[in-house]
Design a protein around this ligand. Structure first.
Ligand code: PEP
Length: 255
């Protein structure tokens, strides 16, 4: 039985997909399917350039607005970056930090991710900290070492109290966009590890921390994953681009 304070959260990461029309259509379909009206919290993270439009469509707040990344620095000479303050100003409530695509393709280090986590919190938004191992790391039994290193870097930088208003997403890299999902038991094992690490510092924060699973979650596997005791919802990539799929995944989290 999960504590009531851990309201399930299902976040859609739209990544770098779609034009303005696509974004408007998808947001409109989610609203007409009543996504966000149930027990679970629903969130979409469109590309930066669509945040204003989608934010207007979602103005009633039933579906929360979030961003996929934020700059670690406040303002100024950072060509091409987007400041956390700008995202807060647009009504973003959540920001994904440390997604494996940012770490792998853009070389983001644990230290940079920790600074981004801080920047998001400084502006009153909730960071969704992504952690997860590659296939090679899993195969050499380094899952716990990698996940805890990524988590510890942020705990060390921001302090444990910061996790009272944060979300962690366990996203095994080998499951992202591959169609290969972690089994519910594999996900539970790592979620329990994450929660246990936080509990070593603060049992209360650990009990209220939402830990999402991400990696090829679909309508037909979501319910079993979400039924695990330490899985508090999902971070959804590909399936969040189809309103029927995303609505069904949110419904699975509604219980
Ligand atoms: C993601 O990118 O965070 C993700 C989980 O993608 P997918 O659902 O497509 O595996």
């Amino acid at each position: 039985m999960k504590p009531a304070m851990r309201r399930p959260l299902v976040a859609g990461n739209w990544k770098m997909n779609g034009n303005r029309g696509d974004a408007a259509r998808l947001a409109g379909e989610l609203l007409s399917r009543n996504v966000g009206a149930g027990a679970a919290e629903a969130l979409v993270c469109p590309p930066f350039v669509h945040l204003v439009d989608v934010g207007r469509q979602l103005a009633d707040g039933r579906i929360a607005l979030g961003a996929q990344d934020a700059c670690a620095d406040e303002a100024g000479a950072h060509t091409g970056e987007v400041a956390a303050a700008m995202l807060a100003d647009l009504g973003c409530r959540f920001v994904i930090v440390g997604h494996s695509e940012r770490r792998a393709i853009y070389g983001e280090s644990d230290a940079l991710v920790a600074r981004k986590f801080d920047a998001v919190r400084r502006h009153g938004m909730i960071p969704i900290l992504c952690v997860g191992e590659s296939l090679a790391e899993r195969e050499r039994n380094a899952t716990a070492e990698v996940v805890l290193r990524q988590l510890d870097a942020v705990v060390a930088g921001s302090g444990i109290a910061a996790f009272a208003t944060a979300v962690v997403a366990y996203e095994p890299v080998w499951a992202i966009g591959t169609g290969r999902t972690a089994t519910p038991e594999q996900a539970q094992e790592v979620h329990a590890l994450i929660r246990g690490r936080i509990a070593e510092k603060d049992a209360t924060i650990s009990a209220s921390l939402r830990v999402l699973y991400g990696g090829s979650v679909k309508a037909d596997n979501a319910a079993l994953l979400f039924a695990m005791p330490d899985v508090d919802g999902g971070l959804i990539g590909g399936a969040s681009l189809k309103s029927t799929e995303f609505a069904a995944i949110v419904a699975a989290a509604d219980g």
